[in-house]
Ligand binder design. Structure first.
Ligand code: 13P
Ligand code: SF4
Length: 330
């Protein structure tokens, strides 16, 4: 507990950070965040650590302690360029595994090992082997939202930001694309390559409906609808644009719509809205309970105790790394 006399110093030190997020973080919450933020900034220096944060992290993490932010593809790319001893992954477990695959010699920490993903838990390595038996010779494209063990059974990985490009780069007529059925269907709608899908779904995006989008258009005339491609195809069909979290953020930054809805996880709008006070963000959104397991206090604890360290079996890591590196090379 901080001494009363230390509080004014802490508030003064962290005031520039509060300036960044004051439109989305109520003043009453800031003193609690400020303590952890101040400690995390000191711990990062002491440990020579960086924090990689996904676009779905809350604004006080995303804007106040993260060194690198982005979608899954950007986080994977940034992970190859990290020049620190320790990486804290503020995101879900598969993202931390990807960072470890690309940095086998570094310490990669995840603040809560229960930060999973409904897509990653929808498929096992044995499922992939069975699919290969059923469709001999058909290449397997695996979404990064999977375990390292599933990646190791795959030919190449993809993210929502490059799925179509990866599918087409294989130069074949037919691919197996795992495990997100809706992403596979959304990619299939844009390519002549035949796609064999798996019935995995994102528990956040599968809940959006086309009727919901039509109602929004009635209630908010002129609204621009941006949807993540993990949404069902009928939702994507109602949207003005579908793309990865980074692509949605870029759309807002470049097109600057007067009124917008991001059909995705709730923190996305908060994080983008911080940089665009002139834009009206309409916010029906769904929370990802996994992403929300990461907090300032468990990031602080991760750096204090150097837990929880992500480890991957070396044989699994070799296969999984090949699939991720093949994606990054496309
Ligand atoms: P992005 O790669 O678009 O950031 O998506 C990751 C994710 O988990 C979306 O639900
Ligand atoms: Fe997984 Fe969906 Fe959460 Fe992304 S939003 S981590 S895909 S459950």
């Amino acid at each position: 507990m901080l001494q009363e006399t230390a509080m004014p110093d802490l508030m003064a030190r962290t005031a520039p950070l509060y300036e960044r997020v004051k439109s989305v973080v109520p003043p009453v919450e800031w003193p609690f965040f400020a303590r952890d933020i101040d400690a995390i900034l000191a711990l990062k220096r002491a440990r020579n650590a960086v924090i990689l944060a996904h676009n779905y992290q809350t604004p006080e993490i995303f804007h106040c302690v993260a060194d690198l932010v982005g979608d899954s593809l950007a986080l994977a790319r940034e992970a190859t360029r990290v020049d620190a001893d320790v990486i804290v992954l503020a995101g879900v477990h598969f993202m931390a595994e990807t960072a470890k695959l690309l940095n086998p010699g570094k310490t990669v920490l995840i603040p809560d090992t229960a930060a999973g993903c409904s897509l990653a838990s929808s498929i096992t390595p044995a499922d992939v082997r069975l699919l290969r038996q059923r469709y001999p010779g058909v290449p397997v494209v695996t979404y990064v939202n999977t375990s390292a063990a599933v990646k190791a059974e795959s030919d190449v990985c993809c993210t929502s930001g490059n799925a179509k490009k990866i599918v087409e780069a294989l130069g074949v007529d037919r691919v197996i694309m795992l495990p997100d059925e809706y992403l596979a269907q959304n990619v299939a709608a844009e390519t002549s390559v035949e796609i064999i899908a798996w019935a995995g779904h994102c528990e956040v995006h599968e809940r959006f409906t086309a009727a919901e989008i039509r109602l929004l258009r009635e209630q908010y005339p002129g609204i621009v609808v941006l949807a993540h491609p993990e949404c069902p195809p009928e939702v994507v069909a109602e949207a003005d644009f579908a793309g990865s979290t980074a692509a949605m953020s870029d759309y807002v930054g470049t097109k600057k719509p007067a009124r917008v809805v991001m059909v995705t996880e709730c923190s996305m709008s908060d994080n983008v809205a911080v940089g665009h006070p002139e834009i009206e963000f309409v916010r029906p959104c769904n929370l990802c309970r996994h992403m929300k397991k990461i907090t300032l206090s468990n990031i602080r604890r991760a750096l204090e105790t150097m837990t929880y360290e992500v480890t991957i079996d070396p044989v699994v890591a070799m296969g999984a790394r090949r699939a991720v590196e093949r994606m990054l090379a496309v």
